[in-house]
Design a protein around this ligand. Structure first.
Ligand code: CU1
Length: 353
């Protein structure tokens, strides 16, 4: 029962917890191939509203809840649940179970992000899938998708294509839009579109999307089909970082790092510089191999402060604010393990040859 205090701490602290701000890099109807950090449970809360014509003017709302996690880095497993779905007649509670993997990423040195998703939609009573290709060019991220969907009204597959763009306007704001459509739309169905803005809430791992769209649910099926009505909605993303509560604190003064505490801070003029950083509550290059005399520069790409703190306290950046950088020159060979002091589950290693 040793986990009990952790579990209760988790319940108390769940809402303001941590992780990905990937909401800035996708659009309301395209996932952009986002993935969850291992040890994180992602809870996204999407609500869309539509008002009936006068004189009644009843406001109906169309929520979709997403719960997802990952076992392997670069993947997502989870489900969407929408309570007011119009996908299939007399089937308002739409469930979608999904598995997504992003085997190739620009951060990993490939020219594009490539992600694939497979799923099963209970309202359509069949499988669906999506291939996403995305590329960041400066402030712009362009996303293209191809989808295969079970026809909810028949026993065959429909195809859909779509594209979108997200433009970062500063660290905390992005403008987004997309357009997608079945290749062979049934009568009465429009191409799906959306337009909106996303705010990364400073100092937190949350994003808030405010958007207009003609789609209903946030499933692959729902986000491929446009209705004749404009819906206004928001999406709030809540990453709950389990690793924060279950990972062991870094050992201080133990292990190989203790053998090499004497690294000297400061720039070595003319020495090589290796750039890395923090984003989505992780060090982007968790293991770094460098030659002695190399300066490592960490840039904080998150909206919250992080630190680069040696486990044996041989170096410590202090808090590195959002957008700021910190450098350290490693002069002695050895293995240096480090973590982030506000988020001890963020771990990294520098191996100096
Ligand atoms: Cu951190």
């Amino acid at each position: 029962m040793r986990w009990l205090p952790h579990a209760s701490a988790l319940l108390l602290a769940a809402a303001p917890s941590l992780a990905a701000q990937g909401g800035l890099d996708r659009t309301p109807n395209l996932s952009g191939g986002w993935v969850v950090q291992p040890g994180t449970v992602q809870f996204n809360f999407l609500h869309r509203f539509v008002r009936s014509p006068g004189p009644v003017r009843k406001v109906s709302n169309f929520p979709t809840f997403l719960v997802a996690t990952s076992v392997l880095r670069g993947t997502v497993v989870g489900f969407n649940y929408a309570t007011n779905s119009t996908l299939a007649p007399a089937y308002p509670n739409e469930w979608e179970f999904l598995l997504r993997a992003r085997p190739l990423s620009q951060a990993g040195g490939f020219p594009v992000d490539l992600a694939g998703q497979v799923g099963w939609n209970l309202a359509a009573d069949g499988p669906d899938g999506e291939l996403t290709v995305a590329r960041r060019v400066g402030r712009l991220r362009l996303i293209a998708v191809g989808r295969a969907l079970t026809d909810p009204a028949a026993d065959d597959l429909e195809l859909a294509v779509g594209g979108g763009a997200a433009i970062r306007v500063g660290r905390y704001l992005a403008l987004q839009g997309d357009l997608s459509s079945l290749t062979d739309r049934p009568a009465g169905q429009e191409a799906a579109w959306s337009a909106g803005l996303v705010i990364a809430i400073p100092g937190t791992p949350h994003t808030l999307s405010l958007h207009a769209t003609n789609t209903n649910t946030g499933t692959l099926q729902g986000s491929s089909r446009g209705s004749g009505r404009t819906r206004y909605g928001f999406e709030f993303t809540i990453p709950i970082n389990l690793a924060r509560y279950f990972s062991r604190p870094p050992a201080r003064g133990a292990g190989p790092a203790a053998e090499a505490p004497g690294a000297v801070a400061g720039d070595t003029p003319g020495g090589p510089v290796v750039q890395t950083g923090m984003s989505n509550l992780a060090f982007t290059r968790p293991v770094l191999e460098i030659q002695a005399g190399t300066t490592v520069e960490w840039r904080n790409d998150d909206a919250m402060p992080h630190s680069v703190t040696a486990d044996n306290l041989g170096f410590d950046s202090g808090l590195v604010e959002a957008g700021a950088t910190w450098r350290f020159t490693f002069t002695r060979p050895g293995t240096y393990t480090y973590h982030c002091s506000p988020h001890p589950f963020m771990r990294g290693t520098v191996v100096v040859k």
